[in-house]
Design a protein around this ligand. Structure first.
Ligand SMILES: C[S@@+](CC[C@H](N)C(=O)[O-])C[C@H]1O[C@@H](n2cnc3c(N)ncnc32)[C@H](O)[C@@H]1O
Length: 262
C-alpha cells in the first residue's frame, strides 16, 4: 500500500519553464483570476500549477480566501476546470463529479447515527467535497470524534489522482487550521487493484466514479459484479463490501447504510 508525500512527488518544472514569474511571492491568490489560471496551466501543466497554487494557499484561512478565485468552497470546481482545460478525456474517464453538499451532510447524519468510528476512509475522495462536508458538519454540531480520529492518524484517503489527493489534504488543513496532513494516510492508486486494501475496522464514505469500464485490467479481482456490470461505481462498492476489514459503507447513490460484517 502506498503512503505518499504527494507534493514532493509532483515533478519539478523543466529548465524551460518560466517559473521565475510564478514563484510563490508573485502568485497573489487574492488578485488571481481565470486568465492567470489558464496561463499558469499553459506554462506549468496541471500538476505543477497545482503544486504552486497549494504552496500559496495552504497557510491562508477560509476567511482570507473568501471571494477570491481560490475561495475554499470552489477549489474542487477550479481543479476540475483545470482538468477539463488540460485533458478533457481524463475528467470523463475518471468519473469525476464532486459530491453535492446536501448528499455529504446527509451521509454525515447517517454516519453519526450508525457508527462507532474507529478508522474513517474516503474511497475516491477526489478533492475532498465529501470528507470536507463531513468534517464541517462535525465541527458545526460540536462532534469532535472525526477531528480526533484525524489527529490520531485514523483517517485514510484513496484516489488514483495525485493532484486531487493533495488538494484534499490541504483543504483539510485549511479547514482545521492545523498541519494534520502528515497524519492522514494517503493511498494513491487504482482502488480496484488487488494489492490495494482497506485498513481494519474501517467505516467507508464514498462517492465512487460514474464511468463505464472499457477494459477489465489484469490486476483487478474479476468479481461477478465487475464482470456483469462493467461499471466502476458497482465495481467500487463490490470491492469495498468484499473486504472483511470494512464495518460500514455510506455511499453516494442512496441513503442506505450497508453493514457487511455486523
Ligand atoms: C465522483 S468522484 C468523487 C469525488 C469526491 N468524493 C468529492 O466529493 O469531491 C470519483 C473519484 O474517483 C476517483 N477514481 C476514478 N477511478 C479510480 C480508480 N480506479 N481508483 C481510485 N480512484 C478512482 C476519481 O479520481 C475521482 O476523484
Amino acid at each position: 500500500m502506498e503512503h505518499v508525500n504527494l507534493l514532493n512527488r509532483i515533478s519539478k518544472p523543466s529548465a524551460h519553464t518560466p517559473i521565475g514569474r510564478l514563484l510563490p511571492a508573485n502568485l497573489d491568490p487574492i488578485k488571481f483570476g481565470i486568465v492567470d489560471y489558464s496561463q499558469l496551466l499553459d506554462d506549468l501543466g496541471l500538476e505543477m500549477a497545482w503544486k504552486v497554487i497549494l504552496d500559496n494557499i495552504s497557510n491562508l484561512t477560509i476567511a482570507e480566501l473568501k471571494g477570491s478565485f481560490f475561495d475554499f468552497d470552489n477549489l474542487g470546481e477550479i481543479y476540475e476546470i483545470g482538468l477539463a482545460y488540460t485533458n478533457k478525456i481524463t475528467k470523463k474517464e475518471l468519473g469525476k463529479y464532486y459530491t453535492p453538499d446536501d448528499v455529504s451532510s446527509l451521509m454525515f447524519e447517517l454516519l453519526l447515527e450508525n457508527t462507532n468510528l474507529i478508522n474513517l476512509v474516503d474511497v475516491g475522495c477526489g478533492t475532498g467535497n465529501l470528507i470536507i462536508s463531513v468534517i464541517k458538519t462535525a465541527m458545526k454540531s460540536g462532534q469532535t470524534d472525526i477531528i480526533r480520529r484525524i489527529r490520531e492518524g485514523r483517517v485514510w484517503l484513496y484516489d488514483v489522482d495525485p493532484v486531487a489527493l493533495s488538494i484534499c489534504v490541504v483543504k483539510i488543513e485549511i479547514l482545521l487550521q492545523e498541519k494534520v496532513g502528515s497524519l492522514i494516510h494517503v493511498v494513491l492508486g487504482d482502488f480496484l487493484d488487488k494489492k490495494i486494501e482497506l485498513p481494519s475496522d474501517c467505516t467507508v464514505i464514498t462517492n465512487p466514479p460514474y464511468s463505464i469500464i472499457k477494459e477489465i485490467k489484469k490486476n483487478w479481482i474479476r468479481s461477478d459484479v465487475l464482470l456483469q456490470s462493467k461499471d466502476l461505481y458497482a465495481g467500487f462498492i463490490d470491492r469495498i463490501l468484499q473486504q472483511e476489514r470494512c464495518k460500514e459503507v455510506f455511499q453516494r447513490e442512496s441513503t442506505c447504510v450497508d453493514q457487511p460484517h455486523l
